[in-house]
Write a protein that binds this ligand. Sequence first.
Ligand code: SF4
Length: 191
Amino acid sequence: MGMPAIFIRLHGCNLRCSWCDSKYTWNDSEDYKEMSEKQILKKIQKYRTKHIIITGGEPLIQEIYPLVRDLKRADYKIHIETNGTIYKPFLRQLDCVVVSPKPPSANVKATFKIKEFKRLKNAYFKVVIKNESDWKWAKKLSKQINPKILYLIPEGGVDFSFLSKKIKKLDDNMRIGIQLHKIIWGDKRGV
Ligand code: SF4
């Protein structure tokens, strides 16, 4: 955290979370641009950082291995953010996989591939917490993935009043997570 990084935000998602903060990625009325791997590489080369975060939407609904391969050849460090419903073996080759299964307040029906992602050495988990039901759900998840780390993020990203009351009840593998970009820029896009 705290390092400059380039976000490659892919279009489309297989879920529809009630509090999604990037609905523009799957709302077809919004504009998006189809780009080849070559065009993406050309566009990101103007930035000095070699850290990439591939996100969405849900990036794994697209065939992204060719992009991953080209980014690795160009010596980029690759992180990916996924909702955990789709598992691909090439994820082992990435520098970091952030898995974010959705708690009850997201109001989605989905099967999260927790066992597959737990086996990945480069994965850690993150869950959005809005209320007591989410907290209980997260406690079960933390036991399931232990000793992997589970970051708890407040819904909306910046109001820690609910989570602050839970600090003494955190499991050893639970951490309060911070979305630094939300604290600095809020919901502003393209920063
Ligand atoms: S999985 Fe992520 S991008 Fe998709 S709807 Fe949920 S919060 Fe939004």
